[in-house]
Ligand binder design. Structure first.
Ligand code: MG
Length: 156
């Protein structure tokens, strides 16, 4: 078995959609990035790549490459997973935490789990997504951005 860890941050910006865990969430602003800036998916991609010692999301999908401009991060996750699957890895489970002050994430958690488990061809009980505020401390607490953490356990 192999464990992997991922972490990502994006800052809020006006006139951007907010994508988290593959779901578009209604909010007054979104996250800034070369892609759709889905921090949750990016943290999961890095955890998967880390577990397989296959580098990181930045080396596979550089933010200088126009192919990835505005890309749906679900495509990055699918591509990441295909790299690992080709090496014979299977996913035991994924656990992720989103540090976000606003908006409230709870209503979207099940949709995220359904979407991401479908992309990874695992059961929903193999993927956990949680959210916490930071009690108004730090950049998340000041509503300047959102961070996400993920750990994965692979077989293979
Ligand atoms: Mg990112």
């Amino acid at each position: 078995m192999r464990i992997g860890f991922g972490y990502d941050v994006h800052c809020f910006a006006e006139s951007r959609d907010l994508w988290l865990g593959g779901i578009k969430i209604p909010h007054s602003k979104g996250l800034l990035g070369h892609s759709d800036a889905d921090v949750v998916i990016h943290a999961i991609c890095d955890a998967l790549l880390g577990a397989a010692a296959l580098g990181d999301i930045g080396t596979h999908f550089p933010d200088t490459d126009p192919r990835y401009k505005g890309i749906d991060s679900k495509k990055l996750l699918a591509e990441t997973w295909s790299l690992l699957a080709a090496k014979g890895f299977t996913i035991q489970n994924i656990d992720s935490t989103i540090a976000v002050q606003v908006p409230k994430i709870a209503p979207y958690i099940e949709m995220m789990r359904n979407t991401l488990s479908g992309l990874l061809n695992i059961n929903t009980d193999q993927i956990s997504i949680k959210a916490t505020t930071t009690e108004r401390l730090g950049f998340e607490g000041r509503e300047e951005g959102i961070s996400a953490y993920a750990v994965v356990l692979l077989d293979g």
